[in-house]
Design a protein around this ligand. Structure first.
Ligand code: NA7
Length: 583
C-alpha cells in the first residue's frame, strides 16, 4: 500500500517546514499530568517508534469530518494521516450500533455535498437513514475516494504537543508511535466519549451490560430476557421500542422526561428523491442561509402568541402529522426565545403523550415539564410512547428515587429492586469537549488545553483555541455544529481549514494562531446569543450538566448557521481577522 508521503505533491512552502529532520526529538510523554503540562525535549522511550515521515497535517478522527478533510488536503497536494480508534471509518455511526439507531435529519440532507456524482448516485431507502445505511454510505465514500490508505485504524492519540520553535505538532499514539507535522486537526466528533454513570456494584453484575454509544458489532439478543435501560435521551427513546419487542420484560429508568415527536419515517418516495436531487446544488446553497443548515422550510413570520388558539392548534397538528423537528420548531418564530410561546408548543406535545399512553399515571410521568421544548435535543421516534402500552414495559421514575446501586442480579433504586438479566446504559456522552480533554494537548513550556478549559471551553469560531498555534477543531465548542445539519457544518469547517492552509502556503506563512482578544470576544458573543434564547433553561449536555464536575457553560453557537457562515466568510475576506499569521 503506498504511503501518503510517496504519493503526494507537496506545496513548496509547507514542505519546507515539514521536511526538516530534528536533531533531537520532541515528543509527548504519557506521563504528562493533568494541569501540569510543562513539556520538555526528551529522547523517545525505547518502546516508542518515531514515524519519520514528513506529514503536513495530522488528523485525529476517521469519521465524517476526518474523511472529508483527508479528501480536501489531498486535493491541495498536502500529505495527511488520520488516526482512528475504531477498526474502521464512520465515527458516531461506527460506534452507535444500538437497535433502532437512526439519524434525526432526513437522508437527502444528511450527506456530503462536495461531490456532485456522489450525491446523485447514492440512493437512500428511507426518509431517515438507519445506522447501518449511513455506515454503508460512509464506507462507500471512503472507497470511492480511496481514503482508507491514509487512515491508521485501532489507533488512539494519547497526547499532542506543539513546539513553537520548530512549528511542529508531535502526536503520540497508544501503540507507542510518534507522528509529527506542522498542523494538527481535531476531527474528534462531539458525541464520542460515552458516559456510564459510576453506579456502585456494576462490576459485580452477573448479566450483560452495554452502552448505546459502544454497542457490540455482533448482534445482541434480548429474547426472553429481563432488560433494564437507563436513560431516555435520543438513544434510549430510539432503542426502547426495539428492545421491548424482544425482551420478556423491559424496565425503563427515567430521570428526566424528554420531548419526542413522531418521525413519520418510511420508504423514500422515488419522485421526492429525484426532485430533491435535481435541485441539490441550489438546496445545499440555500441551506447555508438557514439557522439549522437545512433548506426547504419557509421561515415562520408569526409569534405563537399572535394567532388564535384554533389557528395555533391547526399549525401544530399539521407539523405533528408532517414529522421532523425543524418543521415543528418552525411552527412559529419565537418558540426558542419566548417562554410563553414555547409553553403552547410544549403543552401541545404533552397532550399528545396523554392521548397516546393509556395509563394516565405513566402518561404524566412521560410528559416533560422540566424544560422548554427544543432546548434539549428534540427527539424523533417511531412508536416510543405507544411502547408504554405494552404489558412487558414498565416505566421506573428515578427522578425522586435515584438508582443507588447495581446488584449482582439487578438495579436497586432508593425504594425498590428490579431483577434484570441485561442492562443498557443509554446515558449519553461527555459531549463536545470529552474527546479533546481525554488527550494531553499542550504547547511546549506552555499550558495544556485542560488548563485553559478548566472553567469551560474557549475557542475562536469553534475552530481554533488561542495559545495553541496550528491546531484546528472541526465543529468544536463555540460553533453551530451540534445545532445544525452536522455534515454541512463539517464541510464548512473543513473548507475553512483547507482554504486557510492554502492561504498560508501561498504567502510563505507557516503559523496561525487566534488572538486572545478575538477569542474572548467570540466566547462572549456565543454566551450572549445563548442567553437571548431559552436554551440555557435546560439541564442539557449542551450545558455540560450531564457530567459531574463539568463546568456549566452553554457550548454550541446558537446564532444560526447563516449568521455563523457569514462571520467566517467575513473573517477570511478581511484577511483572517482575529488570527496572527507568521512566517
Ligand atoms: P442524552 O441525550 O445525554 O441522554 C442521556 C440519558 O441518560 C438522559 O435521559 C439522562 O437523564 C440519563 N442519565 C444519565 N445519567 C443518569 C443516571 N445516573 N441516572 C439516571 N439517568 C441517567 O444521550 P443520548 O445518547 O440519548 O443522546 C445524545 C445525543 O445523540 C442526542 O442529543 C442526539 O444529538 C444524538 P437526565 O436527562 O440527565 O436526567
Amino acid at each position: 500500500m503506498p504511503t501518503a508521503a510517496s504519493q503526494r505533491v507537496i506545496g513548496p512552502k509547507i514542505r519546507r517546514i515539514a521536511v526538516h529532520k530534528p536533531l533531537f526529538i520532541i515528543f509527548c510523554r504519557d506521563t504528562l499530568k493533568r494541569h501540569n503540562m510543562k513539556a520538555t525535549s526528551l529522547p523517545p522511550r525505547k518502546s516508542q517508534t518515531v514515524i519519520d515521515q514528513d506529514f503536513d497535517v495530522l488528523i485525529v478522527g476517521g469519521g465524517v469530518a476526518g474523511l472529508y478533510l483527508l479528501y480536501r488536503l489531498r486535493g491541495l497536494g498536502l500529505s495527511a494521516v488520520a488516526f482512528e480508534a475504531g477498526s474502521s471509518v464512520g465515527g458516531t455511526w461506527y460506534w452507535n450500533r444500538y437497535p433502532g439507531c437512526r439519524c434525526d435529519v432526513e437522508s437527502l440532507e444528511y450527506s456530503y455535498s462536495f461531490a456532485t456524482d456522489l450525491q446523485q448516485e447514492w440512493n437512500w431507502p428511507e426518509r431517515y437513514g438507519t445506522q447501518p445505511e449511513i455506515l454503508k454510505y460512509i464506507n462507500h465514500v471512503t472507497e470511492r475516494f480511496s481514503l482508507r490508505r491514509d487512515i491508521r485504524f485501532n489507533t488512539r492519540i494519547t497526547s499532542a504537543l506543539f513546539s513553537r520553535r520548530k512549528v511542529l505538532w508531535t502526536l503520540c499514539t497508544d501503540r507507542g508511535e510518534i507522528f509529527r507535522a506542522p498542523y494538527c486537526v481535531m476531527a474528534t466528533g462531539n458525541l464520542s466519549t460515552p458516559q456510564t454513570p459510576e453506579f456502585p456494584g456494576l462490576d459485580r453484575f452477573k448479566g450483560d451490560w452495554f452502552h448505546t454509544g459502544l454497542w457490540p458489532h455482533d448482534e445482541v439478543k434480548f429474547s426472553g430476557k429481563r432488560v433494564g435501560i437507563i436513560g431516555t435521551g435520543s438513544s434510549g427513546i430510539q432503542s426502547i421500542p426495539h428492545i421491548a419487542q424482544q425482551a420478556s420484560h423491559l424496565y425503563v429508568f427515567q430521570r428526566t422526561a424528554n420531548f419526542s415527536l413522531p418521525a413519520r419515517n418510511g420508504p423514500l418516495d422515488p419522485e421526492i428523491e429525484q426532485r430533491h436531487k435535481s435541485e441539490y446544488s441550489a438546496r445545499r446553497k440555500a441551506a447555508f442561509n438557514t439557522p439549522f443548515g437545512i433548506a426547504g422550510y419557509p421561515p415562520p413570520e408569526k409569534s405563537a402568541l399572535d394567532v388564535s388558539n384554533k389557528e395555533r392548534l391547526q399549525i401544530y397538528e399539521q407539523k405533528w402529522a408532517e414529522g421532523g423537528q425543524i418543521s415543528f420548531l418552525y411552527s412559529f418564530n419565537d418558540l426558542l426565545t419566548n417562554k410563553a410561546s414555547n409553553d403552547t408548543a410544549a403543552e401541545f406535545v404533552r397532550q399528545k403523550i396523554r392521548k397516546t399512553v393509556k395509563d394516565p399515571i405513566v402518561a404524566e410521568l412521560l410528559a416533560p415539564k422540566s424544560h422548554p421544548i427544543g432546548t434539549k435535543r428534540l427527539i424523533l421516534d417511531t412508536n416510543y410512547y405507544e411502547t408504554y402500552n405494552r404489558n412487558n414495559v414498565t416505566l421506573v421514575d428515578v427522578s425522586n428515587h435515584a438508582i443507588e446501586e447495581i446488584t449482582p442480579n439487578g438495579i436497586r433504586t432508593e425504594d425498590c429492586h428490579f431483577t434484570v438479566d441485561s442492562i443498557v446504559f443509554a446515558t449519553g456522552f461527555d459531549a463536545m469537549t470529552g474527546a479533546i480533554l481525554d488527550m494531553d494537548i499542550g504547547v511546549e513550556d506552555g499550558p495544556s488545553v485542560r488548563d485553559v478549559w478548566e472553567h469551560g471551553p474557549t475557542s475562536y469560531l469553534g475552530l481554533t483555541i488561542a495559545g495553541f498555534p496550528n491546531l484546528f477543531t472541526i465543529t468544536g465548542p463555540g460553533s453551530p455544529g451540534v445545532k445544525s445539519q452536522m455534515i454541512l457544518s463539517i464541510e464548512q469547517h473543513v473548507d475553512f481549514i483547507a482554504d486557510c492552509l492554502q492561504h498560508l502556503r501561498s504567502r510563505d506563512l507557516v503559523q496561525i494562531e487566534a488572538t486572545v482578544e478575538a477569542e474572548e470576544s467570540w466566547v462572549k458573543h456565543v454566551k450572549d446569543v445563548a442567553d437571548s434564547t431559552l436554551y440555557p433553561l435546560a439541564n442539557s449536555w449542551y450545558m455540560g450538566v450531564n457530567i459531574p464536575g463539568k463546568p456549566k457553560v452553554f457550548m454550541p453557537y446558537v446564532g444560526g448557521v447563516h449568521t455563523y457562515k457569514q462571520k467566517c466568510d467575513d473573517v477570511v475576506a478581511n484577511g483572517y481577522t482575529g488570527f496572527i499569521m507568521s512566517p
